[in-house]
Design a protein around this ligand. Sequence first.
Ligand code: FAD
Length: 408
Amino acid sequence: MFRHSDPEVLVVGAGPVGLVAALFLQQHGVRVEVVDMHQRTTQHSYALAIHPGTLRILDEVGLSEGLIGAGRKLTKVAYYEGRERRAEIDYAALASGHPYLLILRQSLLERAVEEALRQRNLKVLWGHRLQSLDADDDIPRAEVAKLDQVATGYPVARSEWVVLGSETIRPAYVIGADGYDSAVRRMAGIEMEEHGAGEIFSVYEIEAAGELPAEVRVILDPDLTSVYWPLEEGRCRWGFQIRDAKEHATSFERLEQLIAARAPWCTARPTQIYWSTLGLFERRLTRSFGNGGVWLAGDAAHQAAPVGVHSMNSGLVEAHELAERISWIHRAGAPPSLLQQFATETHEAWQGLLDAGGVRALPGADPWVSQTAARILACLPASGDDLEPLLKQIGLTIRLRAEADAGA
Ligand SMILES: Cc1cc2nc3c(=O)[nH]c(=O)nc-3n(C[C@H](O)[C@H](O)[C@H](O)COP(=O)(O)OP(=O)(O)OC[C@H]3O[C@@H](n4cnc5c(N)ncnc54)[C@H](O)[C@@H]3O)c2cc1C
């Protein structure tokens, strides 16, 4: 069933994070197998922005250039309170090889990474589900089932999955990149912890007539968040946080009502809704990013509000880190503590982001910005070393007070 009878790393999940983990492992010469219980990459835009820091990492596998060609570069993120423009962050000021945000549908990112894997002769094993994982031994034992979709049902046609067979493998490492309801996480006995209330968003991708501003606009009303993303010419995405899923409706009337109430500055009128969905975005973080031979990355380890596009972007960085450290340990005899260090540092960074205690206003910051600092951080599409210089533009910092005093 497997291409390698003895993969060194089994990646469970071929979403963006699992695909990128496999690409970096391959790049480091590690034998890797990727399995996914579904049949193909996503067809939707879902997480639609790539942070500058993520692009720098994707440069290492020669992916950024193609992605940039397929996406749209934006340099500004503006923060509104209703009609009032309160703050603006300019990515062009970043000292980075990619001083911009790349708007790119998740489906295009996944397709590009899968194609890069194919060119390196690594095929994703679609229709393969992790059935069980024993992580107690030094070497994990994973059982993977090959699935087939069969048509059943009469008179109403439907389909169901049947197991064609299963195989047990003993890779040195398992990377759980298997998303929200991670089987790897559950089977390894790792719990998730809530970090605040989840947020429900009504999402609309539309064609519109009129001026569509060429910047991301985040609207932070007293208790609800909305976001506008320009897409390709004449198209944009709106995301509106709502209190109850029942408030969602895929209709022009509802969309126009939301735009008028939340974004009164918008003059462009929707002419077509070509995709709409309702999403519940929880704020959860794994208790641990892993141990021994089993490690987690991406939505398997964390979920966050959608506007900052943090879960996917950080997941891609985690995939890169895990692949690099595993190859150093496995190939070059580096100490296994490198992985524990990854787990501790990544957990701390996520706690800072989700608990929002990590951001504070610098002297002289605008009062609205100071009061809204935690929400601004949660809605800033950037990560890692780029966060501090971007936040500083509007008088915020994530540096510890002692650290800032020492550096001043
Ligand atoms: C409707 C919707 C809208 C979204 N909008 C946004 C947004 O605006 N902004 C944002 O930041 N994020 C958004 N997201 C979230 C974003 O899509 C995720 O953060 C991203 O997909 C995480 O990538 P991942 O690779 O970690 O996990 P996933 O993309 O979830 O991939 C996990 C993969 O693991 C596979 N898998 C699961 N269990 C098993 C198993 N037992 N065996 C084998 N394979 C398995 C699944 O089939 C899946 O392909 C949205 C998601 C949805 C569903």
